[in-house]
Write a protein that binds this ligand. Structure first.
Ligand SMILES: Nc1ncnc2c1ncn2[C@@H]1O[C@H](COP(=O)(O)OP(=O)(O)OP(=O)(O)O)[C@@H](O)[C@H]1O
Length: 247
């Protein structure tokens, strides 16, 4: 099977992907607030954020440290609850979903990629990729393995299934993390500084992989980044400052 890494387009330093033809919102944030309260200080991490992510978009989010980017991604991915406002998934407020439905959405609809990979060092590459599928109802052992192999093939790591994370480079570890997200066949990938720990060559490799996923598979991607060049290659760049969208 051809992997996504090798399916480079005719435009290596590709411009932004083709625009989405009909806007179909998958995530909508309405007046989202997040306030962290500790004993000594109250922090307004998100200040009445309104944002729509459409199906098939690749959106990047930039802003200075502490402006609320990771908080925003956690709330979009239903990992954290806002202090106020409404999140809609596929046009339906998340409050309307039962806890069970929400858990299923988090597990099936959304894939996460983090700066520090979050791989389990004691598990092989294959087992790491299979892990989230253990909690997926209706996916048996054989299917889990097949999906994990297919996902690793897509990111060009078929030859490394028996390796452990410590035997891989940073870029390869991030590719395993992306394969782990892909094995769940998510419609949306939320990536928090996916190239933040990588040198420019490996960072470029991961960026190409994400761009190809978006272009070829139509995966909706929201990526937090500190890299302006990478951000400019996505369809839409949103800038944050002090918990608010500024452009
Ligand atoms: N669990 C928490 N408890 C208290 N304050 C928090 C918590 N998590 C985040 N914050 C605060 O909320 C604000 C936004 O944090 P967040 O991690 O979202 O910023 P960021 O833009 O992702 O930063 P960076 O680029 O450094 O990762 C910061 O002021 C941070 O200190």
């Amino acid at each position: 099977m051809e992997n996504i890494l090798t399916q480079t387009t005719a435009r290596p330093q590709a411009t932004a992907p083709a625009p989405v033809t009909s806007a179909q919102p998958v995530i909508q944030l309405r007046e989202i607030e997040k306030i962290y309260q500790t004993k000594t200080i109250e922090t307004v991490a998100l200040n009445r954020v309104n944002l729509t992510i459409n199906k098939g978009e690749f959106v990047s989010i930039m802003g200075p440290s502490g402006c609320g980017k990771s908080t925003l991604l956690s709330i979009m991915g239903l990992l954290d609850e806002p202090s106020g406002g409404v999140i809609e998934l596929d046009g339906r407020p998340v409050q309307a979903y039962s806890d069970r439905e929400l858990a299923a959405l988090r597990n099936q609809k959304i894939g996460f990629v983090f700066q520090s990979y979050h791989l389990i060092n004691d598990l092989s590459v294959l087992d790491n990729v299979e892990l989230p599928l253990l909690y997926r109802p209706g996916v048996g052992g054989k299917q889990r393995r097949e999906r994990a192999y297919a996902a690793l093939d897509k990111v060009g790591l078929s030859a490394r299934t028996g390796h452990f994370p410590s035997q891989l480079s940073g870029g390869q570890r991030q590719r395993v993390a992306i394969a782990r997200a892909l094995a769940g066949r998510p419609e949306i990938i939320l990536a928090d500084e996916p190239t933040g720990n990588l040198d420019s060559v490996m960072g470029e490799e991961i960026m190409e992989l994400l761009l190809n996923l978006n272009r070829q598979e139509g995966t909706t991607i929201v990526m937090v980044t500190h890299d302006e060049q990478q951000a400019r290659r996505t369809q839409r760049l949103i800038r944050f400052f002090d918990g608010s969208q500024v452009s």
